[in-house]
Design a binder for this molecule. Structure first.
Ligand SMILES: O=C(O)C(=O)C[C@H](CCCc1ccccc1)C(=O)O
Ligand SMILES: [Zn+2]
Length: 329
């Protein structure tokens, strides 16, 4: 198979530069044995020639406006370029929590109007993030039906993944950043239009990324501000090591469950992406040791949830964990 055409070099599209070391995520035709090896070992890889969302590569704002139908969709509004996800169901337990972005429910036409009127503004930014559902118009339904479902269902079977839970449509203004977080599902992240730089960190970097407490609205998100890290609070962030890729239209990035990632839309143009999120497969009947770092992260989450449930007050979880560990482990 001919070497797939390379991605644009990051120097040409002036993405943010960080001081920590990053290695390139391998970019391979999906038929390559190495691609299969990486997927099997739950390691990230950029897959080319999948045609997974080939039928959506013609999407742009005007086509979507004509075809997304009359339903309302979720758009986030942020005062900065950062769009930190938070679970609004956990907000009332944290009265001092300041919502990092506002959630709006707009028709697609309203979104397009707002998108156009926000161009050039530096006080407010928009990020459309909504599941593709059957409320969309016939044009999108046609494109959706023509995703490469045969290919993706073959992958699901081969890697023994659980069910497809959702396809998220992401429409980002140039320069938007999703801060570093992990998800509890496998993800085929498909680039449809524009360029996105993805930084990924292995699950074993957990101790360097200092996630919020599980009970916190920003559960699964790193507390570290990558732009100006607080090394007093987060000293191990100095040792972080990551992986990088720049996605072009047609590229599919496999983001394995529990892998940390932060995504930046290139300053050049709007970005359209579609995610395919899959639940993890069944826990193996025979647990083998040593445990994987993903399994250890899952265990820490269960411990935090159990302690919060037992103590009721999330402010008591930290002190009890210190009582168990300090001076003893
Ligand atoms: O596909 C992924 O996993 C990403 O992180 C892509 C990211 C937006 C994700 C928004 C989001 C984060 C957490 C929960 C629900 C929605 C981007 O592309 O900016
Ligand atoms: Zn994510």
């Amino acid at each position: 198979m001919a070497e797939p055409k390379g991605p644009p070099s990051s120097s040409k599209i002036e993405m943010k530069k960080y001081s920590f070391p990053v290695k390139p995520i391998q970019r391979l035709c999906w038929t390559e044995a190495t691609a299969d090896h990486l997927m099997t070992h739950e390691e990230p890889v950029v897959l080319t020639d999948t045609d997974l969302v080939q039928s959506a590569l013609h999407w742009d704002l005007s086509y979507l406006e004509q075809n997304m139908g009359p339903a309302k969709h979720t758009v986030y509004v942020s005062k900065s370029r950062y769009f930190m996800y938070y679970d609004e169901r956990k907000v009332n337990d944290f009265p001092s929590f300041k919502e990092p972005m506002k959630k709006r429910e707009w028709t697609f036409s309203k979104f397009v109007d707002e998108y156009k009127s926000h161009e050039g503004r530096t006080d407010e930014y928009l990020y459309y993030q909504d599941a593709l559902t059957d409320t969309v118009g016939s044009g999108i339904k046609h494109d959706f039906v023509h995703f490469n479902w045969h290919w993706v269902s073959e992958r699901k079977k081969r890697y023994n993944w659980g069910q497809l839970t959702s396809n998220l449509l992401l429409i980002s203004q140039p320069g938007n950043i999703t801060p570093c977080h992990y998800d509890e599902q496998h993800n085929f992240f498909c680039q449809v239009r524009g360029l996105k730089r993805c930084l990924l960190f292995a699950p074993d970097q957990y101790d360097k990324l200092y996630p919020y407490p599980v009970a916190h609205p920003c559960d699964r998100q790193s507390q570290v501000d990558f732009d100006s890290p607080d090394f007093e609070r987060f000293p191990k962030f100095k040792e972080i090591e990551g992986y990088e890729c720049i996605l072009s239209p047609g590229d599919v990035l496999y983001i394995p469950m529990y892998w940390w990632h932060t995504i930046e839309t290139s300053p050049g143009e709007l970005s359209i992406s579609i995610t395919f999120w899959y639940r993890g497969g069944p826990v193996p009947s025979k647990i083998t040791y040593p445990l994987s770092s993903q399994q250890k992260v899952a265990i820490t989450r269960n411990i935090e949830k159990m302690l919060h449930e037992a103590l009721q007050d999330h402010n008591e979880v930290g002190p009890l964990l210190h009582m168990i560990c300090d001076g003893r482990y």
